[in-house]
Each structure stands twice: as structure tokens, then as C-alpha cells.
Design a protein around this ligand. Sequence first.
Ligand code: LLP
Length: 426
Amino acid sequence: MHHFHDRPGPPGLELWCEEVPLSRIADAVGTPVYVYASATLAHHYAVFVRAFAPRDVSVAYAVKANSSLAVLATLARLGAGADTVSEGEIRRALAAGVPASRIVFSGVGKTDAELAFALDAGVSEINLESELELHRLAAIAADKGVRATVALRVNPDVGAGGHAKITTGSDENKFGVSASEVERLYARACALPQFDVAGLACHIGSQITEFAPLRAAFAAMRTLVERLRAGGLPVRRLDLGGGLGVPYGDAPPPPTPADYARAVLDTVGDLEVELAFEPGRLIVANAGVLLSRVIQVHTRPSGRRFLVLDAAMNDLLRPALYDAHHAIRPVRTPEPGAVERPYDVVGPVCETGDTFARDRRLPDLAAGDLVALMTAGAYGASMSSEYNSRPLVPEVLVKGADYAVTRPRPSYEEMLGRERRAPWLG
Ligand code: LLP
């Protein structure tokens, strides 16, 4: 469910975001540009929280999915916490108005400086991912004379996710402590005066579309909680991570938040723990599109037809990095029955990997036409870069009939002005 709909505009039916025609944003801000619907953010957050009702759960939105301050502030106002993986993300969450008491700090390679920063900021929980990190944090907390609230991130050895590059829960991956080490490390943490040990955490992968691995991971977490308690160790919180997939239009739909909540409550619902989650994609993916203009359409002698957009892999990396599918549609709604042809949809970056889709059936398009790459709100702008010296893609947040440019496109002067010549280069 999202808020991008066809509505009648002066030139005929076209795609709008809430009450704003996308063509108006393209004309005012230029393309490429990310456009987000506040209503979709609010809807997805509410759907996720309500799926567990009447049970209260805590939801720390995974900042990495879309770290726009405006998106974070929108979610913060709804009561969302933030799952962060760097000092930069903690700073973003705080700047957007997420209280430190709702910020979780995770990540496999937190530096001493980042751990110290998190303690000073007073984040609500630091998820420990290894024995070495446990000792590093204890030493830093002792130095500061503070107590850290921690959870142990477990690697339940259940791999899942839409692509090998985004699977995190298998023993082959770098994340978390193995189930066999949990009891020893949890007991060690509980014995340290520097720690208040809240419980266990896990996150097995992203874009998960099947139930079996989710259930297996939740069941493994249940076993661990029971084992720890049997050994006299208290467990009051269980953080089950994020990872629930969203429909990108290329595969059967993933479980709904309601199905997901049922799987959670069936497996761990009776444990008397506070349940916490770190969804990212589910909240923001459908809330955003990447709006782009056709630069030209050309056909090679082989007959392959290329739709060359002004958006490229530096703006939306997912197709190049994970072979990800994003639906692509013209902003101006085609006439019913319009002929469709296969296009390779590409950007201007100088490598063949800069391909958004191959053989995608689209109605005839011409230079200057607008297209929308759908479901691009998650891991789109947050993974964008200036590769090929293309200025960082701007972002726009829509709310009803209003819109605001929340990350302006840098000018070329700004882009070059961030760098310094080495002194010997004059
Ligand atoms: N919690 C932790 C510890 C994570 O590592 C992640 C994502 C999440 C929560 C949020 O997962 P989500 O609900 O968004 O699936 N760039 C990739 C996705 C990488 C996900 C990394 N970790 C992509 O574009 O598909």
C-alpha cells in the first residue's frame, strides 16, 4: 500500500505523490530526484505496530534504510525509535528528534570512539556482537564510570534474505555470537558491574520473503532464552531485528506484517519479554520513488532498444549490486492498449552494470519523458554516491498537497569545493 496514484492532470492521467503531481516536482527540482510520501511512512509504521496489538512492542526504525533527517523526523514524531550502526547514524537520529532512550546501537565493527560516543549520548541499548567487543565496551564504560545497557546479538545460523549479499544470520557471516557461545558470554556480561544486560538480539537478513527461516530463527531465540533463564540469568528483552521483505513486483509477495506478527507471537509470544524490532525496508521502501527523465532512446543495430535515463547506478545502486528488480513506469499514464516494447533501461554511467532493467516492457517513450523507479525509498538515497562526479541526488518529502526539498542537489561548485588540493600541488 502506498500513496503514488494516477490522477487526472492538465495533460491527462499522470502519477501523483499524495496531492502533488510528480511532474511538478520534476519541473521545480530537476531530475533525478527521490520523492517520499509522508502518508506511506506513517501507514507502514502504524501497520507494523498494530500487527502486534494489543501487545506493546518497541520499534527502532533501521536508519540505514533511509537516513534522511526529514524521514527520521517523520517517524520520530510517530514514536519510532532508531536502530543505528555508526556514530553518524546516532547523530542523525538525535538531530531528527529521536530521544536517546529509543536509540539502539548495533553493528559488527563499532570503534572505541563510537562506543564512547554512544555511552555519552545515553543510547538505550548497545548490541554486542563479539567477546572482544564485550570487553572493549566494559573497559570504556569502566573508564567513564557509567553502566551500559547491552544485549547480545546472536547469530542463530539461519541464513535468509533476498540476496547472498544481504544474508546475515548464517554462521558463514560476520555477524553476532554463535548460539554455542551465548550462555558463556551472557553470564560473563551479567557478571560485569559495567553492564545492565537486557537480553538477546538477532537479525538474520533483509528482504526475507519466506516464513520458514523467520520461524526457525525465532524458535532458536526462544530456546536460548529458556536456556539462559534455566541457568538463572535474567532476560527481559528480545530484539528480533528487521528483515521482512516488501513486494518489488518480481516475485510472490512476502508475508504481511500481520503474518509476521503471528509467527513472532506463536514462537516467542508467551516468553514474558519485551519484544523489540528493527524494521527498515518495510517502513520506507514503498514510500519512495526515484523520479528520472529520459535523456534519449536509441536502438543498436542488434535491435536492442535502450532507454537512457538521467538517473544512474550512483543514484540507485540496488539493481547493479544485487540484481534487484524495481518496477519502472512512465509518469504520464499511457493510453489504454498502448503498445509495449522491451527496453534495456540504463543510466549514463560508464559501465554496463549501470543497468536498471533488461528487456523491460514499456510503452513508447521519448526524450524528456518522466519515469518513476518504484519502491525505491529503502536503500536508494542512503546508498547513493557521486560516482562519475554526478552531484548527489536530491530528496523531496511530500505531505498532502505540500512538498519540501529535504536534501537539495549540490551545485558543481559545492561538490568540488568540498575537496582540497595537496599543498605541493599549488
Ligand atoms: N537490523 C540490522 C542489524 C540490520 O543489519 C538491518 C539491515 C536491519 C535491521 C534492517 O533490515 P530491513 O528491515 O531493512 O531488511 N542494502 C541492501 C539491504 C541491506 C540490509 C542491511 N541490514 C538492499 O538494498 O537490499
